[in-house]
Design a binder for this molecule. Structure first.
Ligand code: PGA
Length: 257
């Protein structure tokens, strides 16, 4: 087994407060015997459930993240949630640029960049998601797109801010009910491109430390093979992780427990 492995789930616009409370409690209970020297575990539930999830979490076992964040502390930004509000309720992590934010809600690389800078400046673990569309893949420009998303998304980030930066590679065509999971070879190839770009940006020592997670139709069949790829540091899972027992089973499969 490699160094520490990352496991997380984004519950999207599913799970009410009641559902989230049950999920967080069950997940913690089921995984409490697994050493956190071996794994980092995180859940990113919807906004209205965050306060409850933060209150319920055992900090030694679980990190709780927000699915989005405004990039100013306050102001005339109706519908946005500020970093101060998320700090106030004990949120650990901010996800930035999930595929659905980019492609359903129309967020741009420039907006993701402002959020990344703001989240890092407020000391949040910051998970920047990148991924190409099916069309971009067809044109053979996946690697270029990933580099652009990274270079724009991380513009202005300095080495000193890197401690809490994580990246998720989630090809748009692999996500959700109609998604086809990337092969482990394809995912590995893009993870290598991401690693090279991070090293170009921040130098070898710092660039090598940033965890790179894979997401997009991860399930019980493909989790283990994906996790064995040298450049995949974690799995970011949607549907297959929304039942705590299935998520726990995936974690144990990967760890060989
Ligand atoms: P999925 O979702 O595992 O259900 O494809 C992944 C994601 O959107 O992060």
């Amino acid at each position: 087994m490699k160094k520490k492995f990352y496991f997380g789930t984004n519950t999207k616009m599913y799970k009410t407060i009641k559902d989230t409370r049950a999920f967080v409690s069950e997940l913690q209970e089921l995984t409490k015997d697994i050493s956190r020297d071996d794994i980092t575990l995180f859940v990113i539930p919807s906004y209205t459930t965050l306060k409850d999830a933060n209150e319920l979490k055992n900090e030694d076992l679980l990190m709780i993240g927000a699915q989005n964040m405004g990039w100013e502390e306050q102001g005339q930004f109706t519908g946005e949630i500020s970093p101060l509000m998320l700090q106030e309720i004990g949120t650990d992590l901010i996800m930035v640029g999930h595929s659905e934010r980019r492609h359903v809600l129309g967020e741009t690389d420039e907006q993701e960049n402002k959020k990344v800078i703001c989240a890092l400046n407020h000391n949040f673990t910051t998970l920047l998601c990148v991924g190409e569309t099916e069309e971009q893949k067809e044109y053979g420009i996946s690697e270029e797109i990933i580099r652009i998303q990274l270079k724009k998304g991380l513009y202005g980030v300095t080495k000193e801010m890197l401690d809490k930066l994580w990246i998720a590679y989630e090809p748009v065509w692999a996500i959700g009910v109609n998604g086809k999971p990337a092969t482990k070879e394809y995912a590995e190839q893009i993870h290598i491109v991401i690693r090279e770009t991070l090293v170009e940006f921040f130098g070898e020592e710092a660039g090598e430390q940033i965890p790179i997670l894979y997401g997009g139709s991860v399930n019980r069949e493909n989790a283990v093979p994906l996790s064995r790829m040298e450049h995949i540091d974690g799995l970011f899972i949607g549907r297959s992780a929304w039942q705590a027992d299935n998520f726990n089973a995936i974690i144990r499969d990967v760890l060989g427990l």
